[in-house]
Design a protein around this ligand. Sequence first.
Ligand code: MG
Length: 371
Amino acid sequence: MSTPPHIESIRLRQVNLPPKVVRTDAIQSFVTQETLLLTLRCSDGIEGTGYAYTIGTGGSSVLALLKDHLAPRLLGRNPLHLEAIWKDLFYSTHATAVGAITSLALACVDTALWDWRARKLNLPLWQLLGGAQARVPVYTTEGGWLHLSADELVDQTLAAKAEGFRGAKIKVGRPHVSEDVARLSAVRAAVGSGFEIMTDANQGFNRPEVVRRAAAFEGLDLAWLEEPLPAEDVAGHRQLREHTPIPIAVGESMYHLSQFREYLEQGACSIVQPDVARIGGITPWVKVAHLAEGFNVPVCPHFLMELHVSLCAGVPNAAWVEYIPQLDDITTSRIRVEGGYAYPPDTPGLGLEWDWPVIGKRQIADVKIDH
Ligand code: MG
């Protein structure tokens, strides 16, 4: 048997990317995408690059956790031992986990290991994960923001429909329920039936208000109501489901598999939306998807379309990819979107071609770790 491969060196970079459009929702605005890149080089000469992101705070903390604690533990490890590495890193940071910073750091490591693995096996990620579907329906969130007027929403949703998208997301959470209803009704009247309208409250409501809003939204044929309540209020979500036929979607603010288990066990959601960066990488993301399949619940991941398209194509219960270009500035690869479907890349690895010269110019951190 040949010598097992081991991780020889690690390189960490941070690039800050401005969002392409102004993004506001019920609780926050998207200032800058702090993008953390981790490249590991193994003894077989193959490199794997993974990444995670924040929307404006915490990027330097993720980088510090990786540099000071996680990356040194990777040196010498066999990159095939993904599960062992994930568990070891998780427990090594136990006093700061479960938490966003730790999960984002774990995601950098885990996605890099999957990139290495898929390159090593010369397979595209979606086939390595199971090859469940060659294309995935796509909806757009590159619009629909809370500050936009009803007329602006109508114009951009009609444009999205004309481009071939099968659905669009509209933020809800204007001060009065009547404003939300007016905006959504205008869009529904314009696009007609058959085009999906997703809504997203970004955790902005309390229990009584969300029951009222959901009742007012009935008849608009919404595909789902996303994050209607604070993510930690599992019982509130379960109660809401008893009051409304609108599917309830949660997951972008969850950082561990056990949080999804809690929602699914309690029947507190209809759709799960794990974010591969916030859940800690591909290893836990796939577990969430399979767990949801066991509950006959679809997975519609949050953001990160460049990676989620491959994850969705890899599992049988993925229903939608969310269209928000995130990496155009620092990659040369582009996702193929045609006729309302997104197609996973067929190149080996994660399918991302990083533009290293551009990254070199724009990076605000570059750290190398080896023996
Ligand atoms: Mg959301």
